[in-house]
Write a protein that binds this ligand. Structure first.
Ligand code: PLP
Length: 423
């Protein structure tokens, strides 16, 4: 597809029907695909031709969504996964094994933090966390010759820390190490990390991409701008893969994406289902419109809360006094997204009283869909974390996360007003 603007790509990318075919991607609800000639199938297995043979590796409906997200991010290959967590896991496993390490921002989604701090070490992969506000020299000290990936989030969930792309991309470039960004909460409509030096994008498409809280999913995008060939850090890309007829991934035009699908998806099987591919594809048609409205509404809500006497602090990068305002203006100039967090003055019990008094805004684990919702991370998503880990993740005890939906802003504010009056 031509290099259309982002809002056009949201509507049109990923699927171009031939004459007489369905206008939107049909749901290819089939595990397997028919071929009349043995050689045609052999060519598919040898990666000599494109096509489908088994839906654990690729499926036409999922491919439409993968193609759209890849086009939105400016990538060369998208890989649809069963969830955002499986997208992150497969990204790590594509580059790292026992004895390797990953260097990650500590301000990341709680589930990812658990994966990195608890599960990866059990598999022999160490995770070294850094404070995203730390100076470059301090972050750099964590990198050694076993470092396979730097991991960050564009807008951290739930701390709403905006990433300093220039700082991290310079480190990644200097050490020739892969720079992966979870772009879930910014979406490519508000920020395209490729323009700021990222190499791999991860999405939980369960959030804004689908937008309706209807389909769990994840997408990995290979931006095709990392040089694996002869990089001593990435032996597994430069040596023959005996499980794939001696293929050397660094020699391929799409090295990371091919290894991720051919090796990791084959072995872990965490692919997106065709139904979820379809729901996510049509959901993302309206992404550009929705992100505009989410950002506008969140800005209005943040301005309202910043003046409320019962609010101790409020965190949204649209506010001029916000710590990340400058970075947000630089990397997300057209809108700072729908996620905000704030603290209510007084005891933690007040958080519960406030949330239970809400009538329109609901309490949910989810974020980033069309409906406004709240969560108290310290007692839910982050409850497994110790005091120190909570601090590292930037999650104080009185933090309430508010995901501002696309309802009328006046109604959202009126609901907050009546609930705060009851605290
Ligand atoms: N990344 C971010 C920023 C998230 O907020 C989440 C989930 O909330 C995930 C990844 C994990 O995605 P999923 O729930 O689709 O596995």
């Amino acid at each position: 597809m031509k290099n259309y603007k982002i809002d056009t790509l949201c509507v049109q990318a990923g699927y171009e029907p031939k004459s007489g075919e369905a206008r939107i991607p049909p749901i290819a609800q089939s595990t397997t695909f028919f071929y009349g000639k043995t050689q045609d199938m052999a060519d598919l297995f040898d990666l000599k031709s494109d096509g489908y043979f088994y839906s654990r590796l690729a499926n036409p409906t999922v491919a439409a969504f993968e193609g759209k997200v890849s086009a939105l991010e400016g990538g060369v290959c998208g890989i649809g996964c069963a969830s955002g967590m499986s997208a992150t896991s497969l990204t790590i496993f594509t580059v790292a094994g026992a004895g390797d390490n990953v260097v990650s921002s500590s301000a990341i989604y709680g589930g990812t933090y658990n994966l990195f701090s608890t599960t990866l070490p059990k598999l022999g992969i160490e995770c070294r966390f850094f404070d995203p506000d730390a100076p470059a020299e301090e972050i750099e000290k964590l990198i050694d010759d076993k470092t396979k990936l730097i991991f960050t989030e564009t807008v951290a969930n739930p701390a709403i820390v905006v990433l300093d792309f220039d700082k991290i991309s310079k480190i990644a470039e200097k050490h020739a190490v892969l720079f992966a960004v979870d772009n879930t909460l910014a979406t490519p409509v508000l920020c395209r990390p490729k323009e700021f030096g990222a190499h791999i994008i991860i999405h939980s498409s369960s959030k804004y991409l689908d937008g309706h809280a209807a389909a769990l999913g994840g997408v990995i995008v290979d931006l095709g701008n990392f040089h694996f060939k002869n990089n001593p850090r990435y032996k597994s890309f430069n040596e023959p893969d005996e499980s794939y007829h001696g293929l050397v991934y660094a020699d391929l035009p799409v090295a990371f994406g091919t290894k991720c699908r051919a090796q990791m998806m084959r072995d872990f099987g965490a692919i997106m289902s065709p139904q979820n591919g379809f729901i996510s594809y049509i959901g993302s048609d309206t992404l550009a419109l929705r992100m505009e409205r989410h950002s506008e509404n969140a800005k209005k809500v943040a301005e309202y809360l910043s003046k409320h006497p019962k609010i101790e602090w409020i965190n949204h990068p649209s506010l001029p006094n916000n710590k990340y305002h400058k970075l947000a203006k630089k990397y997300m100039p057209n809108g700072q997204g729908g996620m905000l967090s704030f603290g209510i003055k007084g005891s933690v019990e007040k958080c519960a009283a406030f949330m239970e008094a809400l009538q329109l805004i609901t309490q949910e684990t989810h974020v980033a869909d069309v409906r406004s919702c709240v969560l108290h991370p310290a007692s839910t998503t982050h409850r497994q974390l110790s005091e120190d880990d909570l601090k590292m993740a930037g999650v104080p005890h009185n933090l309430i996360r508010l995901s501002v939906g696309i309802e009328n802003a006046e109604d959202i504010i009126a609901d907050l007003e009546q609930a705060l009056a009851k605290v």
